[in-house]
Design a protein around this ligand. Sequence first.
Ligand SMILES: [Zn+2]
Length: 114
Amino acid sequence: MVAAKERCPVCGKGTLHAGRVNEGLFGVDLGSFDAETCDACGESFLSSKSMDALESRAKELGLWGLASKVKVARSGNSLVVRIPSPLARYLKMKSGQEVLVAPDKGTRLVLELA
Ligand SMILES: [Zn+2]
């Protein structure tokens, strides 16, 4: 845990103050947690106790471990990205289901379920 009135390790200019911050994962609100927040850059640092609480909440909601690296494969002229089964179960995706695929900000891929 970061001590009160400590200098911000990110910007080096601000001072850290104890408070609560709202945290989310994959666009889902996980609630508010004890944290130290920088009064200059706004960066916040969760205590290890808060990190444990955040992880527990994410696990309760079935969100923990849903992000993973996958390889892009070729199929004919198209590229194929596998959706890992835990993610498919979370999204209730089914084989043969139609989805909308679109680029986002040049480096992201949005896959929207119908
Ligand atoms: Zn800062």
